[in-house]
Write a protein that binds this ligand. Structure first.
Ligand SMILES: NC(=O)C1=CN([C@@H]2O[C@H](COP(=O)(O)OP(=O)(O)OC[C@H]3O[C@@H](n4cnc5c(N)ncnc54)[C@H](OP(=O)(O)O)[C@@H]3O)[C@@H](O)[C@H]2O)C=CC1
Ligand SMILES: CC(=O)N[C@@H](CCC(=O)OP(=O)(O)O)C(=O)O
Length: 313
């Protein structure tokens, strides 16, 4: 039994992680850290949690001292470092999975997107950075054809407001979002750099947030160096994802509802422009699942040599 501690457990992704971990017979959630809900039963937030598990307010030293086999960090961006440092000092063999963007540019951490960057390199990994929702959708769209591209891939993304976390901001303010679509960070979004780095191909990314709770769609506009047919394009995706249990290919254009509450991603709706020099496709996924919690548990299972999709599908 792999013992797992969860830091940032009362957040949107934390809640999903508790549910997935409770469905696994080979992992046990041994602590759930939250300052705001300290002392409350974890089942008040996630009914799937086992009886007797209570939220605890835990600092970095407390987390490291508990000696769990693995710790998942589901903290806002910029908060992971003290936890990583405490674990490095007291229990360096702990498997760490970080959901934030803090280590996605650090070559000493394994970047865990198993469908694209392989499962072998995750085996035995002790430091794993988990790609976020947009970055997962964007890379799933671009990776199979990146060698055919001419110029940057242009990605237009729309996220539900759970993507903005629970700390109040305009991006999760239902009054500001009502009857609205909110563009933000239209140049230089961190995910633009993240995708460009890992794809080794430049992308341009335009994120938006809307008034629905969960799910994202991402529309990719691609330009090709030489003409491409629709059949050739689709066969690239079939080849890349044909054996992947969490990826469904669809001729019809995926919409937000197609990606909500499912563990994986739907990719498709391919359309090739006249002359074959450009194409579009769409990816829909659940930002809290394949975009966060599902991917984190996949990565943890692969690192620990356990069944990748237990509790997931
Ligand atoms: N939401 C999404 O769609 C996605 C999020 N991510 C990433 O996952 C991470 C978590 O996101 P999400 O679940 O949405 O975030 P939330 O805002 O919903 O939750 C954050 C959690 O962190 C805790 N927390 C906040 N500040 C601190 C702090 N300074 N020290 C210790 N604990 C703190 C909070 O609990 P408490 O205050 O009670 O201690 C809460 O449990 C983020 O880095 C985000 O970028 C990745 C992919 C998708
Ligand atoms: C609506 C909203 O604010 N979304 C977040 C993305 C959530 C996500 O993908 O998390 P990571 O930052 O960990 O990748 C954003 O644009 O930063």
């Amino acid at each position: 039994m792999l013992t797992v501690g969860l830091v940032g457990a009362r957040g949107h992704t934390g809640k999903e992680l508790i549910a997935i971990l409770s469905r696994r017979s080979d992992m046990e959630l041994v602590f759930a850290s939250s300052r705001a809900m300290a002392g409350e039963p974890v089942s008040n937030l996630a009914p799937e949690a086992r009886d007797g598990l209570t939220f605890e307010a835990m600092g970095p030293q407390d987390v490291a001292a508990r000696g769990a086999d693995a710790v998942i960090l589901a903290l806002p961006n910029g908060e992971a470092a003290p936890y990583v440092a405490a674990i490095e000092a007291a229990a360096p063999g702990t498997i760490l999975v970080d959901l934030s963007a803090d280590y996605r540019f650090d070559g000493s951490w394994a970047y865990g997107l198993p469908e694209l960057y392989g499962r072998e390199r995750l085996k035995g990994a002790a430091r794993i950075s988990n790609p976020g929702c947009y970055a997962t959708a964007g890379q799933l769209c671009v990776h199979p054809v990146r060698d055919l591209l001419s110029g940057p891939a242009h990605l237009f993304g729309v996220s539900g407001y759970s993507g903005a976390g629970t700390t109040p901001s305009r991006k999760n303010d239902l009054e500001a979002l009502r009857d609205n679509l909110m563009p933000y960070s239209l140049t230089g979004h961190m995910h633009e750099r993240e995708m460009s780095r890992h794809l080794a191909h430049e992308v341009r990314f335009s994120p938006h947030v809307a008034a629905f709770f969960r799910g994202i769609t991402l529309t990719a506009q691609l330009n090709f160096a030489a003409p491409v047919t629709l059949e050739a394009l689709k066969s690239r995706y079939a080849e890349a994802y044909g054996g992947e249990k969490l990826i469904r290919l669809s001729d019809t254009i995926p919409e937000i509802r197609d990606g909500q509450d499912i563990p994986g991603a739907v990719i498709g709706g391919w359309s090739v422009g006249e002359g074959g020099r450009n194409a579009t496709l769409v990816c829909a996924l659940d930002n809290l699942l394949k975009g966060a919690a599902v991917q984190a548990v996949q990565n943890l299972a692969l690192a620990a040599g356990l069944e990748e999709l237990g509790g997931i599908s």
